[in-house]
Ligand binder design. Sequence first.
Ligand code: GDP
Length: 298
Amino acid sequence: PEPEPEKQGLLGRLLGRSADPEAKRRVFDDAMLESLEEVLIAADLGVETSLRVAANLAEAHFGKRVSTEEIKQTLAQEVARIMEPVAKPMPLYAKRPQVVLVVGVNGSGKTTTIGKLASQFKAAGKSVVIAAGDTFRAAAVEQLQVWGDRAGVPVLTAPEGSDPASLAFDAMAKAEAEGADLLLIDTAGRLQNRQDLMEELAKIVRVIRKRDPDAPHNTLLVLDATTGQNALSQVETFQKLADVSGLVMTKLDGTAKGGVLVALADRFGLPIHAIGIGEQIDDLAPFDPEEFAVALVG
Ligand code: GDP
């Protein structure tokens, strides 16, 4: 049986599947260019990026008889070429503590990602402290404590409803006193009340700068791959709220292929530090542009 459409790669949907790739050889004509554009747009690459990528493919193949395999290869190369410059691990600084502010809408995977990051850094010999900065969600604080226990990293909390900025300030003092290498600060993600959120994030940044004018050293925006095109507006919003320095995309283990990352790379050029590939503590991987491109193209 044919695989379900969403489980096929891009080219599967464009050209269909065949046991014999040669049987699918056809001329790259205007119709093919148009379906390629449609397929790329449907895969969340964004209109501008899709048209350009399709045009580059046309430049290579137009008027020639091409096989699915050839198109796939050129497309994967094209995508990898766009993604290579943004595939960068989170930079580490000599500064102690290096302050990492983690932002993103609720449900995007902030808590989980902080737990995974804490575990990875700890395994790399770093001492890590977590601050549960979403003081309005008791469940988020509890969840973070569970992740902290798993990672073997202390989680600093404050009473429900208390000021996240003062928690962040205290956490910096504590991380400093302990000589911790990294302080990971969770934040609230209630986009419904953008004004509050903006003020809250601005206050956190202002307050931690009182202890270290260079902090936060990294501001990570966590995005959920299953939200598709929504990621674009989330990046825009959070760039206004905070000085986003890098991205983590979660839930790439499911059917979502994260095509929107191509549009993001093209439009914002923000580094992609890591991807979430599951719910377990080790399910955080470096972003690999070639692997991503091959999986996207399918
Ligand atoms: P937060 O509200 O932003 O802190 O989000 P959470 O960390 O609580 O994550 C929301 C849900 O997404 C939880 O059920 C997580 O287990 C799940 N999740 C987070 N990252 C991933 C991932 O990479 N893959 C999968 N499959 N699920 C994830």
